[in-house]
Design a protein. Structure first.
Length: 71
């Protein structure tokens, strides 16, 4: 009986970390989009793109001004 390796074993641990970071960024961008859309923001997509590409700076900025979003 021969065991076949898992597909992730061929990728290696060094390649999984950036993939996990990408997934976290996508998840946070989605959450920002959903929150901005729920607050009736006309710029929900812009906030989501900013959260994805701007990372921590935009996340903090959105958290600070999110009560004014959609007013």
């Amino acid at each position: 009986m021969t065991l076949t390796p898992l597909p992730l074993a061929a990728i290696g641990a060094g390649s999984i970390f950036p993939l996990l970071l990408l997934l976290v960024q996508l998840a946070i961008a989605y959450l920002v989009y959903r929150d901005a859309k729920g607050r009736n923001s006309r710029h929900a997509l812009a906030w989501a793109l900013g959260a994805f590409f701007g990372n921590l700076v935009v996340w903090i900025l959105y958290y600070v001004v999110r009560d004014e979003v959609g007013r």
